[in-house]
Design a protein around this ligand. Structure first.
Ligand code: AMP
Length: 536
């Protein structure tokens, strides 16, 4: 672990990509198989390989408690250190100086400790194990253990750079490394196979799910089209659940977005097994009747039932809209451009209730508005814009696919508490808790930290520092004077905030300098939005 920390430190100290890859490549070449597995996994900011379902379940709060227990200091000291370093790993290193008894743990041992932590139930036990781990590490090592646990390495090392370093360390073509990592979902295993010259042996296995490609929010329709080089494939954004359908020799399996098998939950889809081709289809399962999508809540209710009775099948029929083809009769199509995948998909005759998702190639941003309205009229959520030349990146949220949903509405709210940000925003108060009015009182409804410019945040920081009512160190309760306009996708009832509601994906549109706190929206308005926003 000592060398891992040193190398990570050195990688973080240079901004040059080539130097990072060089340092890492030479380091990886010196490791044994098990150490190599752990190092590569940790370097991608994960305690366990991506393909493993295992999660650590150790949150920031637990790490804070462990560090405080070992350091024997007040919480305020930790937040001071946090502000200096901008992350928990750096703060931990500072506070743990001279407070641990390093045992020279290997990466394998650290990985073992993570496995134990994942398996332990109960806060107390987890805390005990975590303290023992941090105590056995030198502060500089603990720093990186914390960074891995919080999945936040911050040494400027993307997964692609780790792949590049693996390629360099073991003389393998980078494309092969990327490919194997994509199919395996395990960069450590990929590295070991690269060293053994066994990358070509990695094959797609039907009936084992691939990760799903994800979409990013579209800035605006016109911008999205421009970003895609002027042409986009447009599809409806269905409001159902994502699914991957595999078929082979008259058999089929369905996998959910979480990569769980859900075949038995959709018995009506069994005709797809008779497609007559071996395929992997990507698409969306939608509750659907008479040419129109049913509200998502219907599908949710169906998923909530244990047994899928004939009555339920009649009440909430499901259609699978296929929008992508990843594999066809022995040929993996992930690296084909979307336009080609679409053409191959269109050549298949999908047995009902599977169907081809309609799509259209457009160049004119003006057409988007009408397409959006038509899609809403069909009961769907919005539009998806996809770059015709894009390849299928499993597990990636790239700019190849953009989603366009209309924000439900906006609210005017007042800031009641502020927190220091992370990374580039450390030192400034950039996370805002905000409230709406309930009679004479203010009740919190959400928290947002995106949408303002650096300059605005700087000005607000100065303002909030001099208008703090209660300084909780890390968090400051402030005078409720700054009014923000926030946009969001939906309102939900929720016990998380005092208002009894929560907003989905809130983002700040602007500071309403023209408004005072007495003019903000109230809970009744929010309540009406929940009714108006109910899907369907
Ligand atoms: P979101 O859940 O808002 O991040 O949007 C991404 C999700 O939209 C995907 O995971 C799919 O389940 C869903 N989706 C609906 N229609 C499409 C489509 N035509 N292409 C891709 N994803 C879609």
């Amino acid at each position: 672990m000592k060398r891992f920390a040193e190398i990570s430190e050195a990688i973080g100290a240079t901004t040059k990509k080539l130097e990072k890859v060089g340092l890492l490549g030479s380091y990886l070449a010196t490791l044994g198989d098990e150490e190599l597995r752990a190092a590569c996994t940790f370097l991608t900011g994960r305690p366990f390989p991506l393909s493993e379902m295992r999660t650590l379940n150790v949150g920031g709060a637990l790490i804070v408690r462990a560090v405080l227990a070992l350091a024997g200091v007040e919480e305020e000291r930790l937040w001071e250190a946090y502000r200096r370093w901008g992350d928990l790993g750096g703060a931990a290193e500072e506070l743990l100086a001279g407070r641990t008894a390093p045992e020279g743990l290997t990466l394998r041992q650290v990985r073992g400790a993570f496995e134990e932590l994942a398996a332990l139930q109960g806060e107390k036990r987890k805390l005990g194990r975590l303290i023992a781990l941090l105590r056995a590490l030198a502060p500089g090592e603990g720093k990186f253990a914390v960074k891995v646990m919080t999945s936040d390495l911050r040494i400027g090392l993307k997964e692609e750079l780790v792949e590049e370093a693996i390629a360099r360390a073991f003389g393998a073509p980078q494309g092969e490394v990327e490919w194997a990592n994509m199919l395996l979902g395990d960069i450590g295993e990929t590295a070991v196979r690269a060293r053994q010259g066994r990358l070509h042996a990695v094959e797609l296995r039907l009936f084992h799910p691939l990760k799903f490609m994800l979409a990013s929010p579209a800035p605006s329709g016109a911008q999205a089209l421009a970003d895609m080089g002027g042409t986009a494939i447009v599809e409806d954004k269905y409001d159902g659940i994502r699914a991957q359908v595999h078929t082979r020799g008259g058999e089929h399996r369905i996998f959910s977005r979480t990569l769980d098998e859900v075949t038995h939950r959709f018995p009506e889809l069994s005709p797809v097994a008779g497609l007559g081709h071996d395929v992997i289809l990507d698409g969306e399962l939608v509750a659907y009747r008479a040419g129109r999508a049913l509200p998502f809540a219907k599908l949710q209710a169906r998923l909530g039932r244990k047994a899928v009775s004939p009555g339920l099948l009649g009440e909430v029929p499901v259609v699978f809209f296929a929008f992508d083809l990843l594999y066809l009769d022995g040929e993996l199509l992930l690296r084909e451009p979307l336009r080609v995948r679409k053409a191959r998909l269109a050549g298949l005759t999908l047995p009902a209730p599977a169907r081809l998702a309609a799509s259209d190639e457009i160049q004119e941003p003006e057409r988007l508005e009408a397409l959006f309205e038509a899609c809403r009229a069909r009961g769907n959520e919005g539009l998806m814009l996809k770059a015709p030349g894009s390849v299928y990146h499993p597990g990636k949220r790239g700019m190849g696919w953009l989603k366009m949903k209309r924000p439900l509405a906006t609210l005017d709210v007042v800031v009641t508490a502020v927190e220091y940000g992370h990374g580039k925003r450390r030192g400034v108060l950039s996370d805002y808790t905000f409230a709406v009015r309930n009679g004479e009182r203010l009740v919190n409804i959400g928290k947002a930290y995106s949408g303002l410019t650096d300059r605005e945040i700087q000005q607000l920081t100065a303002y909030f520092l001099s208008h703090t009512i209660e300084d909780q160190g890390w968090r400051k309760v402030v005078e409720p004077t700054v009014v923000l306009e926030v946009a969001f996708d939906a309102v939900q009832r929720s016990g998380r905030h005092e208002s009894g509601y929560a907003l989905r994906f809130p983002r700040i549109l602007r500071v309403r300098e023209d408004k005072g706190a007495e003019e903000i929206d109230d809970v009744e308005t929010v309540g009406r939005m929940i009714d108006a926003g109910r899907r369907g």
